[in-house]
Design a protein. Structure first.
Ligand SMILES: Nc1ncnc2c1ncn2[C@@H]1O[C@H](COP(=O)(O)OP(=O)(O)OP(=O)(O)O)[C@@H](O)[C@H]1O
Ligand SMILES: Nc1ncnc2c1ncn2[C@@H]1O[C@H](COP(=O)(O)OP(=O)(O)OP(=O)(O)O)[C@@H](O)[C@H]1O
Ligand SMILES: [Mg+2]
Ligand SMILES: [Mg+2]
Lengths: 274, 327, 243, 243
C-alpha cells in the first residue's frame, strides 16, 4: 500500500537517542499534579451529582429556596443552644424522610465538610476560647447540614426554576445554566491540557507563570470559539434561555406547611424575645 | 477572600444583599445593551463564570513552596467588560455557595460586593486610565493589584465592624470577634504581600497571551452614552451602604461609641454569652454536668428525649437497606 | 425549487481565507459528500450552512430566506433555522453538555415541548439507531472517542431535522460502525432528509454519496460531480482516493 | 531485554472497566498497532503507558523501572519518563496551547535546555517532516482538524522521544497525508524508535505495522500477532477489516 517513495532522510538529531537531561531542582512542577488532582475531584463530583431524592413530597422549587434562606437566617441570628437544638431537630425530622442510602451519603459529606470548616474556617475563633469554638462549630455545622440537605434534595434544574420563580433576570439564570455546563467541559479540557503539558515538561521550567498564562489564555480563547459552537448546538436543539421541564404541580398547602415551622420560629425570635 | 457564613451578622448580610440589588439591576441592563451589539456575549457570560470558577480553584505556585490562587476579577473585566464580569462573577459565587458549599450562602451579598463589584471595577478603572495614558499593561497591573487589595480592605472592614454592630448587652461580640484594628490589617497584610502579586502576575500573563493571539477578542468599550446616571446611582449607594449597615443593626445590639475600646479589647465570649433571646442557656454548664442551667428542667428533658429518639431514628434509618425500588 | 443556494460566497478568517467564491445549489433530498485537502474549507462551509457564521461576501438562501446577520440576530428566526438544520461537529466534544447520555439525547425533544412519552420514545429509538443503547446512563464527556461520535449523532437525530450537516462523522469509528452509520444515513436520505457530509474516506462514502463536491487547497470548489459522472471518470476517482 | 512489560494490568474507571488483565511485552524498535472496537481500551492503554494514569492492578515496567504512583510522584523521575515517551492525543485540541505553531513545536526542545540554534533547527525539521511549514506562524487553536493533527505530531517529535504513543493519528487527515505520516513513522522506527499506534484503519496500517494487538469489547487482548502471522490468517484479516 505504501509506495516506497524516495523519502528524504531523517534529520540526524532524530536518529540518535537524546542525552537524558538531569534536572536538579525538584518539585518545581508539583503544582500541576496537585491541580490535576483537584480537577479530577471536581469532575467526579460534577459527573456523579449527589443522588437526588425522588420527590415523594414535592415542594415547589421557589419555596425550597426560600426555606433554605430562612433557616440559615434563623441559625445565624439565634444565640442560644436551645434554638439551635430546635432547629437541629427540625432538620433531623427532614432527614428521617431520606432513603437510607442517601442518608449515609449525607452524613459522609456533612462530616467531611464540617471537618474542613473546623480546620479552615474556624481557627480564628480558637483564640477566643474553647466555648466560642464549640458554639460557632455547632452553628456552622448546622448551617452546613442545612445547605447539604438542600444540595442533596434539589436538582440543579430546580435551583434554576426556583430562581426563575423569584423573578431572577433571565440573563442571570441562563448564565448560571451555561456556567454549569461549561464548568464540566472547561474542567475536562483544562485537565487534559495539564496532562499533555506534563508530558512535554521534560525538565523544570524556569517560567511556570508564563505557562499558566498560556494555559488560561488559551482556555479563554478556545472557550470563546467553543462558546459560539456550543451555544449554537444548544440553540439548534431548541434551547431558548430556559429549560423546558415538566414542572411538578405541587399543591400549595404542602409548600406552606413545610414553611410554617420556620416561619413560627422566625416570629417567636422577632417578637417573643422582647 | 470568601467570607463564610457566621462571620457577618444577618443584618449586615441583609444590608449588603439589598445594596447589591440595584447594582445587579444596572448590570443586567448594561449587559442587555451589550448583548444587542454582540450576541456571543450571552454564552461568554456563562463561560466567564465557569472560567472564574476554575481560576479560583487553580493553585498557583508561589516562592516558598506554598500555593495561592488568583480571583481573576480584573482579568474578566478587561476580557468581557466590567458589567458582564460583575454578572459572571456573581454567578460564580452563587455556584460556589449553593452547589459546592464554598463561601457563605447568607454572606453571598457581601462576597458579591467585594469580589464581583469592587474588584472588577477598581481594576477596570485603572486599566482604562492606563489605556488613556498609553500604558494599558501598567494600568492593568496596577488595577489587578489594587482591585484585589481594595476588595480585601472592604472585606476587612465588613468583618471588623461586626464586634461593634452585633454584640450582646454585655458587650461580647456575636459574630466575627475581631475589631477593625485586627481584621483590616490581617486581611490587607495577606493580600498586599502575597495574593496581590499573584493576582497581578496571573492577570498580566493571561492578558498578554490573549492580546498576542487574538487582540480583537478583548472587550471593546462601547461608544460613550449617559454614564453619569449610573455613576451617580453607584456613588449614592456607596455612601448609603455603610449607613444602612449601621442603621439596621440597632435591633441586635445597643452600640455606644464609649464602649468601643472595651469591646475591641474583649476577646472572650465565654463569660457572658449566650445572652440570646431565649434567655440564656449557659452552654459551658451543658458540658460540665447534665443539668441545663437557666432552663425549666422539663424543657430540657423533653429536648433530650426528643434528641435521643432522633439519634436512634437516624441510626436505624442509616443502617437500613433501601427498600424502595429505584426507577 | 432549490432547498439552499449559495451565491459567490466567500468567508475570510482574520488571517486566512476559509472559502473563496463559492456558488452552489442543493435540492431537498440530496446526499452530498464534501471532500478536499486539509484546511480547504469543508468545515467552514458546514458552519456557514448551519448559521453559525455568516458569509463575508455573497448570499446564502435557505428555503427562500436569506440567512445573514440580520436574520440570525432574530432569536425566533434563528431557532427556526436551527430546528431545520442539525449539525454534528468535527470535534464532538463541544457538542455534548448534559450529565448523562439519555438526557443528552432527550434535551432537544424536551425543548421542543414534546410529551414525556414521546421524548422517551425518541431517546430509545435514536440510541438504538446509533447502536448506543448500552451507553444510556454514562456521562457523555467520559466516553471514548468513537462513542462520543455516535452519541452526538443520536442527539441531533432526536430533533428530526430536515437537513443533516455532518463534519467527518466517521472519524474514529470502527469500519463496521462506519458502515452502519452510512446505512442509517442512506435510510434517512430515502426518508426525505438532505444530507451534507464532509469526509476523507472516499472508499466508504463512494457508494452512498450521490453528489461529490471537491474542494481544492485554494478553498474553492474544483469539481461538482454526481455519482454517475464519477463512475466514468477514473482520473477523478484516483484523485479522490488521496483526499 | 524487553523495553516495557505489563503484567496482568487492569484499569478501572469509576463506572466501567478500561482494561482487564493485560499482559504484554514490547521490545525496543517495534511498530505496534492497537486495534479493536470503540471503547475497548486502546486510549486507556496509551494513557497508562505514557504515565498519565497508573494501573488499578498489576505492574508496568519501563526500561527496568516500575511505573507506579510512587514513581510518578517524584518530579525528577516523572520528567525522565516524559523525555522517553511522547504521546499524541486522540483529541489533539487539548494538546496545543502555545500562541503560535512555531512556539508550540519549540516548547519541548526549549525545556530540554538546547541552545537557540538547535531549537530552531528542530522546529524547522519537524515542521518539514509533517508538511506543516506553511502553518508556522498560525495560531494552533485556529487550525483545521487535520492541520492540528500534524502540528501535534511535530510538537511531540521535536522532543525526540524513544517511544512514540499515537492515538488515532491518521484521523481527519487526507489519504495522501495519512500515507506521508505512515512513511515518516516507518522511517522513525527504522531509526530505532518504538512506535505504538491506535488506529481503526487496517488498510492503511496493514503494511507498516509489525505487530497487531487486537482488543475485544471486554477490554482484553484477544489476539497478539505479528505481520507475518497475520499475512497467513485470512479470517483474522477479515475481522480486522471491520475494526
Ligand atoms: N477559527 C479559525 N480561525 C482562523 N482560521 C481558521 C479557523 N478555523 C479554520 N481556519 C482556517 O481556515 C481554513 C479552512 O479550514 P476548515 O476547518 O474549513 O478546513 P477543513 O476543510 O475542514 O479541513 P480538515 O479536513 O482538516 O478538517 C484553514 O486554512 C484553516 O487553517
Ligand atoms: N474519563 C473516563 N471516565 C470513565 N470512563 C471512561 C473514560 N474514558 C473512557 N472511558 C470508558 O473506558 C472504556 C475504554 O475507553 P477508551 O477510550 O480506552 O476506548 P478506545 O478503545 O480508545 O475507543 P475509541 O476507539 O472509541 O477511541 C470505554 O468503555 C469508555 O467509555
Ligand atoms: Mg474540518
Ligand atoms: Mg480512543
Amino acid at each position: 500500500m505504501i509506495p516506497n517513495l524516495k523519502t528524504k532522510p531523517l534529520p540526524t538529531w532524530l536518529t540518535v537517542p537524546n542525552h537524558p537531561v538531569k534536572s536538579k531542582r525538584r518539585a518545581s512542577m508539583q503544582f500541576l499534579s496537585r491541580n490535576q488532582h483537584h480537577l479530577r475531584h471536581l469532575l467526579q463530583r460534577l459527573a456523579q451529582p449527589a443522588p437526588v431524592q425522588p420527590s415523594s413530597w414535592p415542594l415547589s422549587p421557589q419555596i425550597n429556596l426560600l426555606r433554605l434562606g430562612l433557616v440559615l437566617l434563623l441559625i445565624a441570628s439565634v444565640h442560644s443552644f436551645v434554638w439551635l437544638w430546635g432547629l437541629a431537630l427540625l432538620l433531623g425530622l427532614q432527614l428521617l424522610l431520606l432513603p437510607p442510602r442517601q442518608l449515609r451519603y449525607f452524613i459522609r459529606r456533612w462530616l467531611l465538610s464540617c471537618c474542613i470548616a473546623v480546620i479552615i474556617v474556624l481557627p480564628s475563633y480558637w483564640l477566643a476560647g474553647p466555648a466560642t469554638v464549640v458554639f460557632f462549630g455547632v452553628k456552622t455545622s448546622l448551617m452546613l447540614a442545612n445547605a447539604q440537605y438542600f444540595r442533596l434534595t434539589t436538582t440543579f434544574q430546580d435551583v434554576l426554576a426556583g430562581l426563575k420563580a423569584w423573578h431572577c433576570p433571565n440573563v442571570l439564570i441562563m448564565t448560571l445554566a451555561i456556567a454549569m455546563i461549561y464548568l464540566r467541559m472547561l474542567g475536562q479540557h483544562l485537565l487534559l491540557t495539564t496532562e499533555a503539558l506534563d508530558l512535554r515538561l521534560v525538565a523544570p521550567t524556569r517560567h511556570p507563570y508564563r505557562l499558566i498564562g498560556a494555559l488560561f489564555g488559551n482556555l479563554y480563547l478556545k472557550s470563546y470559539a467553543y462558546a459560539l459552537e456550543l451555544y449554537a448546538a444548544m440553540e439548534a436543539r431548541g434551547f431558548n434561555g430556559h429549560y423546558a421541564k415538566p414542572v411538578g404541580t405541587a399543591s400549595h398547602w404542602r409548600d406552606y406547611l413545610s414553611l410554617s415551622p420556620v416561619l413560627i420560629l422566625m416570629g417567636l425570635l422577632l417578637f417573643g424575645g422582647h | 477572600m470568601h467570607i463564610p457564613d457566621n462571620y457577618l451578622s444577618p443584618a449586615t448580610c441583609g444590608t449588603l444583599a439589598v445594596a447589591m440589588v440595584p447594582i445587579w439591576t444596572v448590570a443586567v441592563l448594561k449587559v442587555k445593551v451589550q448583548l444587542k451589539r454582540q450576541r456571543e456575549t450571552l454564552p461568554m457570560l456563562g463561560i466567564a463564570a465557569s472560567l472564574a470558577f476554575l481560576i479560583m480553584m487553580f493553585n498557583l505556585p508561589i516562592p516558598g513552596g506554598t500555593t495561592a490562587h488568583a480571583v481573576g476579577g480584573t482579568l474578566l473585566a478587561v476580557l468581557i467588560g466590567p458589567w458582564a464580569a460583575c454578572l459572571a462573577l456573581t454567578v460564580t459565587l452563587a455556584l460556589q455557595a449553593l452547589l459546592f458549599g464554598d463561601g457563605g450562602i447568607l454572606a453571598f451579598g457581601a462576597n458579591a460586593l467585594n469580589m464581583a463589584v469592587i474588584m472588577p471595577f477598581v481594576g477596570y478603572a485603572c486599566y482604562r486610565l492606563g489605556q488613556k495614558w498609553r500604558h494599558p499593561k501598567i494600568g492593568l497591573a496596577v488595577g489587578a493589584y489594587l482591585g484585589i487589595n481594595t476588595a480585601a480592605l472592604v472585606a476587612g472592614i465588613e468583618l471588623g465592624l461586626q464586634p461593634l454592630l452585633a454584640h450582646t448587652a454585655s458587650g461580647a461580640p456575636l459574630y466575627c470577634p475581631y475589631g477593625l484594628n485586627i481584621a483590616v490589617p490581617a486581611m490587607l497584610a495577606a493580600h498586599l504581600l502575597v495574593a496581590g502579586w499573584v493576582e497581578m502576575g496571573f492577570t498580566l500573563l493571561v492578558y498578554q497571551f490573549v492580546q498576542k493571539v487574538a487582540p480583537t477578542s478583548l472587550y471593546q468599550t462601547a461608544p460613550r452614552t449617559s454614564q453619569r446616571r449610573w455613576l451617580g446611582l453607584l456613588l449614592g449607594l456607596a455612601i448609603l451602604t455603610p449607613l444602612g449597615l449601621l442603621a439596621s443593626n440597632t435591633a441586635w445590639g445597643e452600640w455606644g461609641p464609649s464602649e468601643l475600646k472595651h469591646l475591641l479589647a474583649q476577646q472572650h465570649l465565654t463569660a457572658q454569652v449566650p445572652q440570646g433571646m431565649a434567655h440564656g442557656l449557659h452552654f459551658q454548664a451543658l458540658f460540665s454536668d447534665y443539668a441545663i442551667a437557666g432552663l425549666p428542667v422539663s424543657v430540657g428533658y423533653i429536648l433530650s428525649a426528643l434528641t435521643a429518639i432522633m439519634i436512634f431514628g437516624l441510626l436505624i434509618r442509616g443502617l437500613q437497606h433501601d427498600t424502595q425500588l429505584k426507577n | 425549487m432549490a432547498l439552499l443556494t449559495l451565491n459567490t460566497v466567500s468567508y475570510d478568517y482574520p488571517t486566512t481565507h476559509g472559502l473563496v467564491d463559492l456558488t452552489l445549489t442543493v435540492d431537498a433530498g440530496e446526499f452530498i459528500c464534501l471532500m478536499g485537502p486539509n484546511g480547504s474549507g469543508k468545515s467552514t462551509l458546514l458552519r456557514l450552512l448551519s448559521g453559525l457564521t455568516t458569509a463575508s461576501h455573497g448570499t446564502y438562501q435557505l428555503a427562500g430566506h436569506a440567512i445573514n446577520a440580520a436574520y440570525l440576530a432574530d432569536a425566533v428566526k434563528r431557532q427556526q433555522l436551527h430546528q431545520q438544520v442539525g449539525m454534528v461537529f468535527q470535534n464532538t466534544d463541544v457538542q455534548l453538555f448534559n450529565p448523562t447520555v439519555a438526557e443528552e439525547v432527550a434535551f432537544g425533544p424536551q425543548q421542543l415541548g414534546l410529551p414525556a412519552a414521546a421524548v422517551t420514545q425518541r431517546v430509545t429509538d435514536c440510541l438504538a439507531l446509533t447502536h448506543s443503547t448500552e451507553l444510556r446512563d454514562r456521562v457523555p464527556y467520559q466516553l471514548s472517542g468513537g462513542e462520543k461520535k455516535r452519541v452526538a449523532l443520536a442527539s441531533v437525530l432526536a430533533l428530526n431535522p430536515d437537513i443533516l450537516l455532518l463534519d467527518e462523522p466517521l472519524n474514529g469509528l470502527t469500519i463496521a460502525a462506519q458502515q452502519d452509520m452510512l446505512v442509517l444515513l442512506q435510510q434517512l436520505q430515502r426518508a426525505g432528509k438532505t444530507i451534507i457530509m464532509a469526509s476523507h474516506n472516499f472508499q466508504q462514502v463512494q457508494s452512498v454519496g450521490q453528489r461529490f463536491l471537491i474542494f481544492n487547497a485554494d478553498h474553492q470548489i474544483e469539481a461538482d460531480v454526481t455519482q454517475a459522472e464519477l463512475a466514468t471518470d477514473t482520473t477523478l476517482q484516483a484523485q479522490l482516493m488521496t483526499l
